[in-house]
Structures are given as C-alpha cells and as structure tokens.
Design a protein around this ligand. Structure first.
Ligand code: BGC
Length: 460
C-alpha cells in the first residue's frame, strides 16, 4: 500500500483511545453478592410491570463472575480503553457510611486485570443505579444526595485513584430526570415536574461537588457524560422552530450550559413552568467547576414539531419515513454525530471530547457455522459513525477517543433483554459469548487506526 492510498486518509491520531462501554447494573449480575446492598434498579426491575417480560439484572451478563473472560475479549479486540461504571450500593450497601470491602475488591481486581492487559479504565461513578436506601430518603430530590454522592465519589477516588486516571461523574443526567422523574419509566417512576426540577438541580450540584473533591487527589482527569442529539425543526413555521429550541434546551443544554457556561437556558422556564422558579441560578459556583473532558453519547437526531399537549417541552419528534431505524425506533443518522461534535466545540469552546457511547440495537441471527454472528447493519452503523467522527477531527474538533456501546448484549433497562446493542453476542441461557462481525470490523479499524473504514473491511 502506498502513502497516497485512499485507505490512509482515514487515520485517527496515534493516541486516540479505542474503547467499548458497559454499566454496572446492565452487565454485572449478582446484585446482592458479597455484602452489596440493593439498588433502585434492583427494586424497580423486581416490581411487576416495570420491565419488559419481568426481566431483571439478577444475572445479566454475569460479568461480576466472568470479568476475566470479558477482559480477554477486550484484549483480543485490541481495545485500549474500557468504560464501565461502579455500583454505588456494592461499595456502600446503605449508600453512605460503612464501605463494603468485598465490593471494593471486585473493582480492584477488574482494574488490575485491565491494566495488566494494556486497557485503560474510564470509570463512570453514576450510571443510574442509586442505592435503594437513598432512594427511600428521596433520592435525587433530597438536597443531601449532593454530599452522599460526593462522599461516595471520594471513597472511589481513594480506593482506585492510584490506578485509574479517567473519571466521569454522571452518565446522562438528562435521562435520570426525564425517564425517572418526568415520564416514570425508570426509577423512582415519578411523573412530577417539581421533583424533576429538584433532581436536575441536585444532579448538577452532585457533579460539581464530586469534581471539587477530585481536585484534592488531583492526579488524573474528571468529566461529565451527556447524551446529545441534533434537534432539527420539522418545518420553518415559527412554532416548530420555538419547539425545537425548547427540546434542544431541555436535552442538550440543561446540563452543559450550567457546567460549562455557568448559566441556565432561558427556555427551561417554559419547559418546567412553575416548578423551575429560580431554575439553576443557585449554586452556580459549585456547578461550574472546570472539567477536563466531556463525554458525548450519541445515538440519533430528532426532527421536532410543536405539540402543546406533549409534556414537558410541548414538542414531539416526527418519525422520518424512508430513513433506516434501529430496534429502539431511533433513526440512523451518522451526520448528526459530526454535527453535534462541531456544535459542542462551537458553543462551549476547546474542551477535550470523547464519544463515550455510540451503537445500535438490532436483532441478530444465531452464530453461523464459523462461529460468528453476522450483523452487517451494525457494521455499517459503526463504519458511518466512525467516518463522521473522523470528519469532525478533520474540522479541528479535539476528539480523543471513541467507545462502542456496548461491549456485550446486556440488560437494556425497561426493555429488559429484548434490545441487543453488543458487538459481542451473549446467549443469556448459557452465558456464551460470540463475536459479531461488528466486533471483528472494529478490531480491524483499531488495528489500522481507521484505514479499514475506507478499505471495505467487513462488507458482506
Ligand atoms: C445509556 C445506556 C443505554 C444506551 C442505549 C444510553 O442512554 O447510557 O445505559 O443502554 O443508551 O439505550
């Protein structure tokens, strides 16, 4: 291959991180093992009618016991980073107070094995599983949750900070608020704007308090992970444009404006109404701690129409007939990743970025006789999104890494095991792992630092 080969044009930077992501409740199983306390998700999934087919995270991918095999898979794929979350109630069964040494030991062993395998850990402190004991005290609506979280974070920094240099405080606080407090499809299952507004504020403060605690240790990087979607108006009508601005403020700016600009989007007054009162004007010094990076989870875009009846943004997404959609009903829209990365740079300035999640739920066939699961649509999904990420780097976006969601098929929250996001298939009866074609494709992309994107690798 010559230097002018077109396959060389898609090279990612030498130090670009190539990762995959998971979260504790979605993969670990053994939620009460070795002294762990129950989480809100344990309780929610055991409540009839809350999760599809009555599925729970009791076993999930059994990663708690099979993590050596899973790290072996990561190593085989050539991953250089692994993003996972800690189960707060494994470390602090009551959410605060006395730590559980056996919970600490599990993550310690996982971290050591990752490091010995040449894989950098990126730890998310909160990926939605709140200790049930704290949920009983009001969870994120209780202002005390701010220091409960900061104390838990400090425990994790002390235990693992000697070996782990990349930390994320919260995963997708927007989903915590929207799914848990506005639409009630995640715990605590509320549909209450005042409680949603309180939770939003306390999540922001908890993020800031944990960042501030981290500075006492000060050896690595700490940031926040948000899910972002370009919001496009369904028409040029003023009401659709205004609806788009509300939807965009609610999802994309509710957390980023306070953290990175020290102010609150004006549109949130219309979204939360009376419940917003003085909005997030309080505690901005705590919230606006400098962060070292921003993690962006990207799945889709939305095309927005005004709809006065729709809570809370008085807007709704319009289904795009003719576009490809995944099993979660999300439009496949790779240009949106490019757009959102450029938007973040434009609006918030130079801050190192990571795509901390990107992937697709698709129905997969059984493994073929060669022992591979053929998932050509997922291969194309990754190819096109990685091309979009590469284009953004070409535009000057400081993108430092990419994490596929997810390493493994896993417990997809209220959808149970019905949606498969893995690049590795999990047979939930036998716990057998089988690589999908998308995993092999990703391995090639990593090996060639992106050249395989344009080389046709993985195409059927
Ligand atoms: C979450 C994951 C989830 C994925 C797919 C993200 O919102 O961080 O936990 O499984 O999207 O829905």
């Amino acid at each position: 291959m010559t230097a002018s080969s077109p396959t060389l044009t898609a090279r990612f930077p030498d130090d670009f991180l190539w990762g995959a992501a998971t979260s504790a409740y979605q993969v670990e199983g053994s939620p009460l093992a070795d002294g762990a306390g129950p989480s809100n998700w344990h309780r929610f999934s055991h409540t009839p009618g809350k999760v599809r087919d009555g599925n729970t995270g009791d076993v999930a991918c059994d990663h708690y016991r099979r993590y050596p095999e899973d790290v072996g898979i990561m190593r085989d794929l050539g991953l250089t980073a692994y993003r996972f979350s800690l189960s707060w109630s494994r470390l602090l069964p009551e959410g605060r107070g006395v730590a559980n040494p056996r919970g600490l030991d599990f993550y310690s062993r996982l971290i050591d094995l990752l490091l010995a395998s040449g894989i950098q850990p990126l730890i998310t402190l909160y990926h939605w599983d709140l200790p049930a004991a704290l949920d009983d005290l009001g969870g994120w609506t209780n202002p005390d949750c701010v220091h409960w979280f900061a104390d838990y974070a400090a425990l994790a920094f002390r235990a693992f900070g000697d070996r782990v240099s990349s930390w994320a405080t919260l995963n997708e606080p927007w989903v915590v608020v929207d799914a848990g407090y506005v639409h009630g499809v995640h715990p605590p299952g509320l549909e209450s704007l005042p409680e949603a507004a309180a939770a939003s504020h306390h999540l922001l403060c908890a993020h800031g308090a944990a960042v501030s605690r981290y500075r006492d240790f000060g050896r690595g990087r700490i940031g926040l992970v948000v899910n972002l979607e370009p919001k496009h108006p369904a028409s040029e009508k003023p009401e659709d444009r205004a609806a788009t601005a509300r939807a965009e403020a609610y999802m994309n700016r509710q957390f980023l404006d306070p953290v990175l600009k020290g102010r609150c989007p004006d549109e949130l007054t219309a979204v939360f109404g009376e419940a917003w009162k003085d909005g997030c004007l309080r505690d901005l010094d705590l919230i606006r701690q400098p962060i070292d990076f921003l993690g962006i989870n990207y799945y889709t875009r939305s095309v927005v129409r005004n709809d006065p009846a729709a809570i809370p943004t008085q807007s709704r997404a319009v289904f795009q007939v003719g576009s490809e959609h995944t099993e979660t009903g999300w439009e496949v829209y790779p240009d949106g990743l490019y757009e959102i990365l450029c938007w973040v740079r434009e609006r918030y300035g130079e801050i190192p970025l990571y795509v901390t999640e990107n992937g697709a739920a698709l129905a997969d066939p059984a493994p073929d006789p060669g022992g591979v699961v053929e998932d050509p649509r997922r291969v194309e999904y990754y190819r096109r999104h990685l091309e979009a990420a590469h284009r953004a780097i070409g535009k000057g976006v400081d993108l430092r890494g990419y994490f596929a969601w997810s390493l493994l098929d896993n417990f997809e929250w209220q959808h149970g095991y019905s949606k498969r996001f893995g690049i590795v298939q999990v047979d939930f009866t036998t716990q057998r792992r089988t690589l999908k074609r998308s995993a092999l494709f990703y391995r090639e992309v990593i090996r060639t630092r992106g050249a395989a994107l344009s080389a046709g690798a993985g195409r059927a």
